[in-house]
Write a new protein. Structure first.
Length: 187
């Protein structure tokens, strides 16, 4: 059910899927399955995002401590290129990114611990993303980094310039900033 990635702490979650002539069933989250892996995450909120067009890019976002968030991300319609960037000082993979394609056919999810930037690019129209978080959204702790920061060199699979929110378009690069997770006990 859990697969490691090249980035320390970031996991691909592959819930078992049961299929028959009617369709399929999957248990997308199980407290006991996560606890068996040493993952005692207390999810507090479910979020749902709809992007009408392919090429919508949302990110790179984070919430700073003490409101940092772990996320369990899945794409329930369409397809996305999902990206997480490790921003935990002292981590062996600090400032490295990982990207993976998520969609409903496979049912895979990306478990993103606290201390990461997160963003995604829609690859199809009418794409829906659902994700759990372990801390509520706190506007005063929200942060953003430019999706195209050359220091991160994320390989977004873009066919044209992405559709961005005003906030994402104005996001500053990472350079010259201290990680918001420096010295954070919960990062």
């Amino acid at each position: 059910m859990f697969r490691t990635t090249p980035i320390d702490g970031l996991l691909i979650v592959q819930p078992p899927r049961y299929e028959d002539a009617r369709g399929c069933f999957a248990e997308t989250w199980s407290r006991s399955a996560f606890a068996a892996q040493g993952l005692a995450i207390d999810w507090c909120q479910d979020n749902h995002s709809l992007s009408r067009q392919a090429g919508v890019l949302r990110g790179l976002h984070y919430q700073a401590p003490p409101m940092a968030q772990a996320k369990l991300v899945r794409c329930t319609r369409g397809r996305i290129w999902d990206v997480a960037v490790d921003m935990r000082p002292g981590s062996p993979t600090c400032c490295r990114w990982f990207g993976t394609e998520l969609g409903p056919a496979e049912g895979w999810q990306l478990l993103i611990p606290r201390g990461f930037l997160h963003g995604f690019l829609t690859l199809e129209p009418d794409t829906e993303v659902q994700y759990k978080v372990d801390n509520p959204y706190a506007p005063g702790h929200e942060g953003i980094v430019a999706w195209d920061d050359s220091a991160l060199a994320i390989a977004w699979p873009l066919a044209a310039p992405p559709l961005l929110s005003d906030k994402d378009r104005a996001a500053p690069p990472l350079s010259g900033r201290t990680s918001p997770f420096a010295g954070a006990a919960d990062a």
